[in-house]
Design a protein around this ligand. Structure first.
Ligand SMILES: Nc1ncnc2c1ncn2[C@@H]1O[C@H](COP(=O)(O)OP(=O)(O)O)[C@@H](O)[C@H]1O
Ligand SMILES: [Mg+2]
Length: 273
């Protein structure tokens, strides 16, 4: 089209070389997780790219939620849970001694299966985190933070005239978007979602899927889903877990059309799980 484009040099680096290492947001190496004596994850290696939706799929109990929780140290809160190995975000060790897990959980937000708004107003649900983290100095600044987060979560138009109403009074799908707004309000880098649509009807699910697709422009997103169709619709990368191991990870299209491992093809064609 333009001279600029036609003379643009070919990309000098490939994904396989270290030149695009900055695109990896979270890197896991040799991750083992134990609950007491029981091992739940075995030697997990994974590179999770930034500004991409990565889906975790696999049969129930295979370790998807466990691995998700490793990324914001939620496993720290489970008595008897132990994490071995290395997990870094932009090269920073997430398990370093000096790292505050509470601050980490603002940077790596989490959304659960069941929407869990606080028993507070819609406004306060979103303002809560920014207030704790000192992200707004004045009421006007806080109003702006709340409005921006609700807009990003695709909820503003539905709640702008009732910000003082309880968050728990919203529909399930709206509550899930409120929880996403709450996560966004503290300026996360990564958003982890553990089966975020499992409790929602198809219309609310479609709305969340659209939202996830918009959010990937700004965030690294990881979603656990038991729906193959959802993984295919919303993700660009897919990791298949089986019995505590990552069997296969790659481009979603490849995983669904041309998987390497028979366990993957058996699962996606519905032979088990
Ligand atoms: N809090 C816990 N205490 C003990 N065992 C757990 C706990 N959470 C998960 N597990 C066990 O770890 C394994 C992986 O579970 P999980 O990560 O929840 O799998 P998934 O999310 O893929 O269904 C399962 O065997 C499960 O029973
Ligand atoms: Mg789970």
């Amino acid at each position: 089209m333009t001279d600029n484009l036609s003379h643009a040099p070919a990309p000098a680096v490939t994904a396989a070389s270290s030149g695009r290492a900055q695109n990896v947001k979270i890197r896991a190496r040799g991750v083992n997780v134990f609950y007491g004596a029981k091992q739940a994850l075995f030697d997990v290696d994974m590179d999770i790219p930034d500004r991409t939706v990565t889906a975790f799929i696999g049969p129930s109990g295979c370790g998807k939620s466990t691995f998700l929780r490793c990324m914001n140290r939620m496993n720290d809160t489970i008595v008897g849970a132990r994490v071995e190995g290395a997990i870094t975000m932009d090269g920073e060790d997430l398990y370093a001694k000096g790292l505050d897990p509470v601050l980490l959980r603002a940077r790596v937000g989490m959304v659960f299966q069941k929407p869990n708004p606080f028993p507070k107003s819609i406004y306060e649900n979103v303002a809560y985190g920014p207030r704790i983290h000192g992200l707004a100095r004045t009421k006007a600044e806080m109003d702006h933070v709340v409005e921006t987060a609700l807009k990003k979560a695709g909820l503003w138009d539905e709640v702008a005239d009732r910000l003082s109403h309880p968050g728990t009074g919203l529909s399930g799908g709206q509550q899930q978007r409120l929880v996403i707004a709450r996560a966004i309000a503290v300026r996360p880098e990564v958003i982890l979602m553990d089966e975020p649509c499992s409790a929602l009807d198809p219309i609310a699910t479609a709305r969340i899927e659209e939202l996830i697709d918009e959010l990937r422009r700004d965030y690294c997103i990881v979603i656990v889903t038991h729906s193959m169709a959802q993984a295919a619709r919303v993700s660009q990368k897919t990791a298949f877990f089986h019995m505590g191991r990552v069997v296969e990870v790659g481009d979603t299209e490849t995983i669904f059309t041309n998987p390497r491992d028979t366990r993957t093809s058996d699962y996606i064609t519905g032979r088990f799980g």
